[in-house]
Design a protein around this ligand. Structure first.
Ligand code: GAL
Length: 924
């Protein structure tokens, strides 16, 4: 049964989470080849997909789980697996789920939505292939209305996921790793992503939203409707409203234009994220039949060839990062609340721009981006203007164009044909499609060179994106002074968090920002090159966070990248502070690298990062020197180590404005757990990271601690994984233990759907005092969802019907395998009008393994007429009355395919038949 509906729009549209109650099988399931005529004929028919794709499949021993799910991160590391995918074997997997649909919903429009599946996915509903999605970053919206069965007759969703397929050279995960939904709408409804509401400035303070609403009608009569669009300001006050009449033909779509004017809206900016709500309602005969909302924002963007980027007329240097989508412990199945944490970490560092490289991100992440204040380069994955791939690009633009944060559409990242006519022709087509869907933003492409040749991709875009190529910045600008230009990717420097000495044997790289890829630059060099050139709109550091795969410059045993400004948990490396002092101007900041646990007499390089005028360094109160702040290089000191306190003080106008210190710690004596937030929401979705540290006797974090910690989580939540930022760690990310790496680890806990109790986390480690923390769980109503539907039953659905007659037929007579036409075809309910006395029905089925012992029942919901039930040539049950009634027959012990024959004798002058479902199920 569908969960009781808590949706405010219940009367109109219900968007129900379909994350719960899936069955999963890792590995492929290949059916033996079909050789017989009957099977070949049957295989070619709608609804008859076989094996795990089919209606009936014995999935009783499959693993039960809730989505989102990434099976690759659950698995082992394998030195023979793909380095780019972080040495994680991926493979093929199957998911199945059953769905019960209320007969009261008959006539509604039902859509399945998968926000993303890695990587190639084929979806069947009730044995019909209903969708193929060949990108791991695109959503699938699937109309399942025609295939549905209502009431107790379960529906089957089956999905084969091929994660051998790769679209990237980074870790891509495996499985249904974003959310899934079942959306119920009335027959006349707004299609998914069907509201185009992208504001544009008309003149001065006058703006318009040229709203266009696309409607569809799955009903049986023309839909005469009124479409109503209402715009609400950030305070919830209505600021515009417009209605239009529309007529939507049967099984057709229709686009309705409802431009609205908004005067003097509160502008959206990075600092003030004013968001307006656009609500669209469809009314039929005065009744609201569909309703949907989105948010948008008013802002102008402009890329100037000489001066870079302007937001609302104000110059903004893009202080950007590129990011992939995996996080410690969870792979690519990253809870939205963990995304909030990730973005918050970026914000705290002074990031104002994000490039989601190199693919569309989850839509909830773009909602966060708009709310938290970032501008975004939204990037298409597959570079290909053929129809299938163009659909991927169109989907991204349609889904995302209302987000005020998005300022650039990127059609590709680094394509070898970028400097050729072919590349140019391909981009020209893709850019045109983008423009046809949204002409308010420039199109770019991230080129790693080639933009100085005679004909290349840069001629087909509005803003030239340069990946690396710093040496060509000035040459390009000189040759094309009127073409806007930005770095689309830069830096690619290496640092292992918490390491300050490079150890090539151990694949460890020091964190003084000295090492970069040959094609890249150190953090400091890259930013200096960008910041000192006004024509370069800004930069996008490769990358904000470490990610699995691309362990460049290393290989096995390194399994994740070291490009990150932060590690995979969001723990800061030195690069974090370098950028923070460069990017945050409105408050004084100062940091010291490294920690202060060294050997006496050792010479230690100290880097002080500050955004003030001068700094002073003191060791145990003794002044070591004063330096003018170098905003690009940072400030370096050579200090002979002595234990104690190393302090840095920052001055402005000769006055102290900020100070910081690092201290030599003692041995670790206890553990500490620091939850990122004070409370969890008990919706089964909310997750938070908990920092795990070791402390010395004086309560100071021990920077080099490497203790192995064991976690226990009780109450209304559970661990969904952990990490420590060590690119060389092969620990199980889901297990009970995790070693600290240079003093830190992170545990991620998520509330349970069944929540209730607060969550208590305990951390223990040999020789250390344990830590324990309780996180209160706020009770909230669950996100409306579809109740899991168990299928301990097999439905016998595909029947042959012999011609009726007055002479009793042999129920076990042979029907030639090539005879597709003498007998008819049917599926319960099968009712015969009064006529011949005898009616013979035949089907076959394979009972589930657990019924092989004779504990199964063949259950007829209703048979009208007297009946004999024959199984594999044996009479196993009888019904002696003519009246319609249920019948249960014991399924004899045994396994394998069975043939069932039902012979019905009709009462004279009466109808007869198998009037309800026939199921094979355990006897209770
Ligand atoms: C770039 C590429 C990124 C990443 C990076 C590593 O060429 O766009 O995806 O591979 O190099 O430096």
């Amino acid at each position: 049964m569908l969960a009781c509906t808590l949706n405010a729009n219940a009367a109109t549209r219900e968007r129900l989470s379909l994350d719960r109650g899936w069955l999963f099988h890792q590995g492929d399931l290949v059916e033996p080849p079909i050789v017989g005529h009957e099977e070949s004929y049957s295989n070619a028919k709608a609804g008859n997909a076989g094996g795990a794709a089919g209606n009936e499949y014995d999935d009783s021993d499959w693993r039960r789980l809730n989505l989102p799910h990434d099976w690759a991160v659950e698995g082992p590391f394998d030195p023979k697996a793909n380095v780019a995918q972080g040495y994680r074997p991926r493979g093929i997997g199957w998911y199945r789920r059953y769905l019960k649909v209320d007969p009261a919903d008959r006539g509604k429009y039902f859509e399945l939505q998968f926000d993303a599946i890695a990587t190639h996915a084929t979806v069947w509903v009730n044995g019909n292939v209903v969708n193929r999605n060949w990108s791991g970053y695109n959503a699938s919206y699937i109309d399942i209305t025609p295939y549905l069965r209502y009431g107790d007759s379960l529906n089957t969703i089956a999905i084969r996921v091929d994660a051998e397929a790769m679209e990237g050279w980074w870790y891509e995960g495996a499985g249904i790793y974003r959310h899934s939904w079942l959306v119920k709408r009335s027959p006349v409804h707004v299609i998914t992503d069907g509201v185009h509401a992208t504001p544009r400035q008309v003149k001065g303070k006058q703006w318009s939203i040229p709203v266009e609403v696309t409607l569809n009608n799955s009903g049986k009569t023309t839909g005469d409707v009124t479409v109503e669009v209402t715009v609400f300001d950030p305070a919830g006050k209505q600021v515009a409203k417009r209605t239009e009449r529309a007529s939507v033909n049967v099984l057709a779509t229709s686009a309705v234009k409802l431009p609205v004017t908004i005067n003097d809206p509160a502008l959206w900016s990075i600092e003030k994220t004013n968001l307006y709500r656009v609500t669209t309602r469809v009314l039929q005969a005065g009744k609201v039949v569909d309703e949907t909302s989105l948010h948008t924002g008013f802002r102008t963007i402009h890329f100037d060839a000489a001066q870079g980027f302007f937001l609302n007329g104000v110059h903004v240097k893009l202080q950007g990062v590129c990011i992939h989508q995996d996080h410690a412990g969870v792979g690519v199945a990253v809870p939205i609340s963990i995304w909030e944490y990730r973005l918050r970490r970026l914000k705290e560092m002074g990031v104002n721009a994000i490039r989601f490289s190199h693919n569309a991100v989850a839509s909830e992440v773009l909602d966060l981006v708009d709310r938290m204040g970032f501008v975004v380069m939204d990037e298409n994955r597959n570079f290909n203007p053929s129809p299938d791939y163009m659909k991927q690009l169109e989907w991204m633009v349609k889904r995302d164009r209302h987000h005020p944060g998005i300022i650039l559409w990127s059609v590709f990242n680094e394509e070898p044909v970028q400097a050729t006519e072919v590349g140019y022709e391909m981009v020209r087509r893709m850019a045109a499609v983008v423009k046809s869907l949204d002409d308010t933003r420039p199109v770019t492409a991230a080129m790693n060179g080639g933009f100085l040749t005679e004909l290349n991709v840069s001629h087909a875009v509005d803003v030239v994106g340069s990946n690396y190529q710093v040496k060509d910045y000035d040459r390009y600008h000189k040759a094309h002074p009127n073409k806007p230009f930005t770095s689309s990717e830069d830096t690619s420097a290496f640092m292992t968090r918490g390491e300050y000495k490079t150890d090539k044997e151990k694949n460890l790289i020091s964190s003084y920002d000295d090492d970069a890829a040959k094609w890249g630059n150190t953090h400091r060099d890259a930013w200096q090159a960008i910041d000192t050139r006004p024509f370069v709109a800004g930069g996008f550091v490769w990358t904000g966070f470490d990610y699995r795969g691309e362990p460049t410059p290393n290989e096995w045993p390194s399994v994740s990248s070291v490009f990150g400004i932060m590690d995979m948990n969001g723990f800061a490396k030195t690069a974090y502070y370098i950028h923070q002092v460069q990017w945050i101007k409105d408050k004084p900041l100062i940091h010291i690298a490294p920690h202060w646990n060294w050997t006496k007499g050792e010479n230690v390089r100290v880097m002080v990062m500050a955004n003030v005028e001068t700094i002073k360094l003191l060791l145990n109160g003794r002044e070591l020197g004063e330096q003018k702040v170098d905003p690009y290089r940072m400030n370096n000191f050579n200090v002979a180590f002595e234990p104690g306190k190393l302090e840095a003080i920052g001055y402005k106008g000769g006055k102290e404005v900020v100070r910081t210190a690092v201290e030599t710690t003692g041995e670790a004596v206890s553990l500490e757990l620091i939850p990122d937030r004070a409370q969890l929401t008990g919706d089964g979705l909310d997750a938070l990271p908990i920092t795990v540290r070791a402390l010395d006797a004086q309560g100071r974090a021990v920077p080099l601690a490497q203790n192995e910690v064991t976690f226990a989580v009780t109450g209304g939540g559970r661990s969904i994984g952990h990490g420590n930022g060590d690119p060389n760690s092969h620990e199980d990310e889901k297990g009970a233990t995790r070693r600290l790496f240079n003093g830190l680890a992170q545990l991620i806990v998520q509330t349970n759907y069944e929540a209730g109790d607060d969550v208590t986390v305990t951390a223990t480690a040999a020789g250390l005092k344990a830590a324990r923390v309780t996180i209160p769980v706020k009770r909230v109503a669950a996100v409306p969802y579809v109740e899991p539907a168990d299928a301990p039953l097999t439905f016998v659905r595909s029947w042959r019907i012999a011609p009726d007659g007055d002479a009793r037929p042999d129920p076990n007579q042979t029907l030639a395998a090539f005879d597709m036409n003498t007998w008819g075809w049917g599926s319960p309910p099968m009712r015969a009008a009064a006529g011949g006395k005898y009616h013979l029905y035949r089907a076959s089925f394979t009972p589930r393994k657990n019924l092989a012992d004779g504990t199964g029942l063949i259950r007829f919901a209703a048979i009208k007429g007297k009946a004999e039930i024959w199984l594999n040539g044996q009479l196993i049950g009888k019904k002696d009355s003519y009246a319609a009634a249920p019948l249960d027959v014991t399924l004899p012990a045994g396994s394998g395919k069975c043939e069932i024959n039902v012979l019905i004798e009709a009462e004279a002058g009466q109808g007869s038949g198998i009037e309800g479902d026939v199921t094979i199920e355990p006897s209770k």
